[in-house]
Design a protein around this ligand. Structure first.
Ligand SMILES: [Zn+2]
Length: 228
């Protein structure tokens, strides 16, 4: 089927997607009318949260709609016929352990500038979670770790993040201060500055580690923000 695509901005383009305005979307059950939002090649347009340009071809203002067969809105560029999916970010980290102490880093960057944290950061493309965790320890604490086990899987659904944190042994007990840190320091459990920990994900991992050290059980713990 061929029909003319319309958008709130008045753009008009000939489409031949074989798809007409959808009637099946849970967002489109009568509240969104074509006179308000218009149509795209893939379906009815919704009020867009805003994407200035298609990252693929540079066309301004990709459509925001629920593609056929999907159940939530996506950015869709008519010019290059691309649906742009955005998904949660994975944060990989490791709590380095040396004898009866753990290594924390005081952040030199926002958010949480000046607060203590477990070395962690966004996973890079082409990198395994374990590689990302080791890299973050190196970048934040100039230290190498032998990964022992994955201790926490921590969901932050509201922030579109998933934390995966390991326990690792600090190689030779050596560490420095990475570019993203003001200071790095080993703490016993009694010395942990609980009120100055940057993120709940770190509090959760520290709590589970000190518990597991007492029980000897090296198991994965799962939770969602704001559980600590
Ligand atoms: Zn495009």
């Amino acid at each position: 089927m061929v029909f003319l695509a319309r958008s709130p901005g008045g753009r008009a383009r000939s489409c031949d997607s074989g798809v007409g305005p959808p009637g099946h979307s849970f967002w489109n059950t009568g509240s969104a009318s074509p006179s308000i939002f218009g149509y795209s090649c893939l379906g009815i347009l919704l009020p867009s949260p805003g994407m200035n340009y298609c990252p693929n071809c540079g066309t301004p203002e990709p459509d925001w709609l629920i593609p056929p067969g999907d159940n939530r809105p996506r950015f869709y560029c008519q010019s290059c016929d691309t649906i742009h999916y955005t998904n949660p970010n994975v944060v990989a980290g490791c709590l380095p352990v040396w004898e009866d102490k753990v290594l924390l880093c005081r952040r030199a960057i926002e958010p949480g500038y000046g607060l203590w944290n477990i070395p962690c950061g966004y996973l890079e493309n082409g990198e395994s979670v374990a590689e990302g965790a080791r890299r973050e320890v190196w970048e934040e604490a100039a230290a190498k770790v032998d990964l022992d086990y994955l201790i926490t899987l921590y969901n932050l659904e509201k922030f579109n993040q998933l934390y995966l944190q390991f326990i690792g042994t600090l190689v030779n007990g050596d560490f420095g201060v990475g570019e993203e840190s003001l200071e790095c320091r080993l703490f016993t459990e009694a010395e942990i500055p609980w009120k100055e920990i940057a993120f709940t994900s770190s509090v959760f991992t520290l709590n589970r580690f000190f518990e597991s050290r007492k029980t000897g059980k090296k198991v994965l713990h799962r939770a969602s923000y704001p559980v600590v």
